[in-house]
Design a protein around this ligand. Sequence first.
Ligand code: BGC
Length: 419
Amino acid sequence: MTGVGARAGRGAESGGQAPGGFVAPAGFLWGAATSAYQVEGANDACDWHDWERISATCREPCGRACEHLQRYRQDIALLAALGLNCYRFSIEWSRVAPAPDRVDERWLAHYGRVLDACHEHGLEPIVTLHHFTNPRWLARAGGWECERAPLAFARHCEAVASALGERFRLAITINEPNIPPLLGYELGVFPPGRRDPAARRRVSAALLEGHRRAAAAIRRAAPHVRVGLALAMADWQALPGGERELQRTRAAREDIFLRACGEDDFVGVNVYTRHRIGPQGWVDPDPGSELTAAGYEFWPEAVEATLRRARLLSGRPLLLSETGIATDDDRRRVEFIDRAVASLGRAQRAGVDVRGFLYWSALDNFEWQHGYSQRFGLIGVDRATMRRSVRPSARRLGEIARAAQAARGSALPAPGGVA
Ligand code: BGC
């Protein structure tokens, strides 16, 4: 990943300091992330659209989302104006491939325009090829239990890389291949709503196979693109007597995925909180602990622990591809960001090679089964008017990014030139 993201060149007008004495290496990526289904709106071609209509656990339909489909230019301009230097977004498989053997050129052209907008604004695009949603035709054929799924996904990735690979240098094949198997096949709150641990294991293996095939397909079509996956991780802490249970839980949730990343260019780490495990299993946060609006503990320090573990098990360079907080009190978001950056700095000083900090999410968006009730955004979205409002936390992250980039004096790389 050397050189990727060395885009800055903006001044340190703010004079802000990175929290905890964190010193960003040259080319460090500072950004925010979204996923297509959660922000674009008007997607009726994927399994999540159908799931919202039949699931008792879904609060509301996605509908217009944030109208990012029409407003992506404005959103990208806002992120760039903050001082960030990258934007992670996803290319929606169900749009690009409306049928198993069809590629819709109009959608490829749309995502080409999104990539162009990133470049126009000096943002390094990070492209995710699968972020939870599947095309309806795949869901009807058995989803990731269908034998053809890994190959079909690799074909999608190849089509995207062939058409658009000149315009991006970093690709995340699958966002959190550990989450849909758990939530969709064991806990039943994601599509297809099953409660079958054996199916969870099969789907986990299929997603990893999909990742391997997709990475190879992207490299064939666009050899300069650096490829990895993003894993959902947590800071797992054992209470006395809880060590064995912790190891058992973490092995299925994280370790099998991390150990499968050895050939990748990087590993994306998505982290939000910690989990404490005692001899009987999960232990609730101590009474009086601060909880986020998503219901889990406010614990930005999870960043250091997860980065260290991801490095230990994968041996790969890392990208903090998501961290963030759902809250209606933006001061807590500012505090979360400061402490998460400081936590990343501690991992870095311990020798962990980490290349970027991406906040989840750029916008208040559709939070899956919770609908619009949880607000993660650096930028607020008025649900009636779709008006954007840039929060102080967004300015804080931009201030940190500007200061770090100015301190390194990094330069804009030649288009398409990855060292
Ligand atoms: C997912 C996002 C989600 C976020 C907050 C991550 O695990 O990648 O899609 O919105 O967590 O819950």
